[in-house]
Design a protein around this ligand. Structure first.
Ligand code: FCB
Length: 471
């Protein structure tokens, strides 16, 4: 099959503040719930934390140079709320804001478009002590913080993402307790926290539109919980669509509980029935506030689950055969999720799609020849991108792809064990080494996807052109 990516297709890579910045107490930054959570005995693998992480707070110039040499069109990063407003609300920390100001300038000078995520989980600790997302005021606090960032950056930034993966920061952070702030709340309460986060998304989107100096493009970046058909038969496709668009368990891992309010203005019927009296009781006007016009539907997709139409067309999970390929993180490798996920989400919500995250963790190290040979990541990304290309060919409006991640980084409760980067980071020396996949991705970008047609050949990758890195 011939893939064709449109001329204006955005090739990018992403990161988030707590996962790469470090400089946790530098230049007046206040603590976030992740700083606190990392101090909890046993919370994080091997007691790691994001205190130093990749030290991007000090090495951002080197990092932008690598991105430039890779030819990235765009870089998605998040702002640390408590770096900008140490107490979460009130006094603004000019030195913290200045960091992002410089970063944006450096990116623009390198002809890389900044895509700014306003909330990627590092909630200010001071506001958590006032109830965090359980407090209805949190939506307003988030909007106030949005205004500060928009005032400072929107003369140069036009791509905005409000919140990242409510499924995870509510599900893991407020229901299951494995992520900060480490709460294990019953449905009534974690759903209330979720409702306030959605309200925060809506208010934030309004603030961006009201105050941005450059015409903004506003989106969000939820998880894509994708069930895909195990065959192309119509009953299997219908069953997979139904499974992808349903709420069947009393947890946060689904699409519609979050996306229906944001894009359609209502909680889904099946979810309301399932949660019953525990479902949030929206105040007057809440659903209108949550449902703001968006310019794109950002979505993070790593893996999917195959299903078929069982009895009466009901979706049934198809187990993976023994030995099915997985990533180092043990997540099944399922390229078709990058075809069906965007297609289903586009069908239901009719917004242009942006793949805001996709990638894999791999057991990478610097080999004796000084390079990082991550053939698995190349093969993974190629297979996934070919499926994305197939969705484009079938008319799904997909505007861009952001590989997760630009750098190896602090992978939340896993600490530094999982390496997702296109660029290897040695956490003792903080040295950066672009992996084979970084060179390969550079060629994909330069050819606007044409090199995806050819299986990767290590010998043909042009390592000669230096990409940078740091000692
Ligand atoms: C997503 C997160 C991102 C990173 C990747 C691997 O759930 O948004 O920060 O941890 O997974």
């Amino acid at each position: 099959m011939k893939v064709h990516f449109p001329d204006r297709f955005v090739w990018g890579a992403g990161s988030s503040a707590y996962q790469i910045e470090g400089g946790a107490a530098d230049e007046g930054r206040g603590p976030s719930v992740w700083d606190t959570f990392c101090k909890r005995e046993g919370a994080i693998n091997a007691g790691h934390s994001g205190e130093v992480a990749c030290d991007h707070f000090h090495r951002w110039r080197d990092d932008v140079m690598i991105m430039r040499n890779m030819g990235l069109h765009a870089y998605r990063f998040s702002i640390s709320w408590s770096r900008v407003i140490p107490e979460g609300l009130g006094e603004v920390n000019a030195r913290g804001l200045a960091f992002y100001d410089r970063l944006v300038d450096e990116l623009l000078a390198a002809e890389i478009e900044p895509w700014v995520t306003l909330f990627h989980w590092d909630y200010p600790d001071a506001l958590f002590l006032r109830g965090g997302w359980l407090n209805r005021e949190s939506a307003k606090w988030f909007a106030d913080y949005t205004k500060v960032v928009v005032d400072a950056l929107s003369d140069r930034v036009s791509k905005w993402i409000t919140i990242n993966e409510p499924q995870i920061f509510i599900g893991h952070g407020h229901q299951m307790g494995g992520h900060a702030p480490g709460l294990k709340l019953p449905p009534r309460e974690f759903l209330l926290a979720g409702h306030h986060a959605l309200l925060g998304h809506g208010l934030s989107a309004q603030v961006i539109r009201a105050h941005a100096k450059r015409k903004p493009m506003v989106g969000w970046a939820p998880c894509g919980a994708i069930e895909y058909p195990s065959t192309d038969s119509i009953p299997d496709v219908e069953a997979a669509y139904r499974a992808t668009m349903s709420v069947v368990r009393k947890d946060c891992w689904n699409n519609t509980w979050w996306a229906d309010p944001v894009c359609l203005g209502t909680y889904p019927e099946d979810g309301l029935r399932l949660f019953g009296a525990d479902a949030p009781k929206p105040a007057r006007g809440d659903m209108e506030t949550i449902c703001q016009p968006l310019d794109f539907y950002g979505v993070n997709i790593y893996s999917g689950t195959p299903v078929l139409a069982g009895k009466d067309g009901k979706p049934e999970l198809v187990p993976f055969p023994p030995g099915h390929p997985t990533t180092a993180f043990r997540s099944p490798i399922t390229p078709p999720c990058l075809y069906w996920g965007p297609r289903f989400l586009h069908e239901r919500y009719t917004l242009p799609i942006v793949l805001t995250e996709n990638g894999m963790s791999n057991t990478d190290w610097v080999h004796a020849d000084g390079r990082v040979h991550d053939a698995a990541r190349i093969d993974f990304t190629r297979a996934y991108l070919l499926e994305l290309g197939r969705a484009l060919a079938d008319g799904v409006d997909i505007r861009g792809y952001f590989h997760w991640s630009i750098l190896d980084n602090f992978e939340w409760a896993e600490g530094f064990r999982e390496r997702f980067g296109l660029v290897h980071v040695d956490y003792s020396t903080l040295e950066r080494t672009p992996k084979d996949s970084a060179y390969w991705y550079r060629d994909v970008i330069a050819s606007n996807g044409a090199t995806l047609q050819v299986p990767w050949d290590a010998a043909a990758t042009s390592f000669q052109l230096p990409m940078g890195g740091s000692k």
